[in-house]
Design a protein around this ligand. Structure first.
Ligand code: DQA
Length: 146
């Protein structure tokens, strides 16, 4: 049996509050719902997903470093750190696998500070504004690439 390809999913700060957090912006699905949806889709695609959430920038950096050589692709929503984190950008540069940046909301329809992403120029592609379905589309795209 060939080993299944692994996709690491990294969720940034406050995404653990999905479902309760600004439902008008982020919807009512919880993070468990999102991860469950990804696991289901992954099994249909013959992939394995490992999901991780942290409210701490350094922990996200540690997780991205640990992904080097151990996963075949990554989905990342760095949440608020998208707009500020050179450390997360530098960590992503360590990876030589496809990376999809996902934002649940359309950041370009929101405050101007959300229009800036520190990571967009180091990822493979990006999905914004499609709600939590964006994660599933990112997984489908990675399935084609890995
Ligand atoms: C977000 C958008 C960010 O601006 C915000 O800080 C988040 C979530 C999104 O998924 O739409 O926490 O990344």
């Amino acid at each position: 049996m060939t080993e299944q390809k692994k996709i690491m999913v990294v969720h940034g700060p406050n995404l653990n509050m999905l479902g309760k957090r600004e439902p008008g912006v982020y919807g009512t699905a919880t993070l468990d719902d999102v991860n469950g949806m990804l696991e289901e889709r992954a099994s249909e695609l013959g992939l394995v997903v490992e999901a991780f959430q942290s409210n701490h920038e350094g922990e996200m950096v540690d997780k991205i470093q640990a992904a080097v050589g151990t996963c075949n692709g990554m989905i990342i929503n760095p949440a608020a750190y998208t707009h500020t984190s050179v450390a997360i950008k530098d960590a992503l540069l360590l990876l030589d696998v496809p990376i999809i940046e996902v934002h649940i909301s359309n950041v370009y329809k929101r405050e101007s500070f959300r229009h800036v992403s520190m990571v967009s120029d180091v990822v493979t592609g990006k999905i914004v504004g499609l709600g939590v379905h964006g994660y599933k589309f990112a997984l489908d795209a990675l399935a084609e690439m890995v």
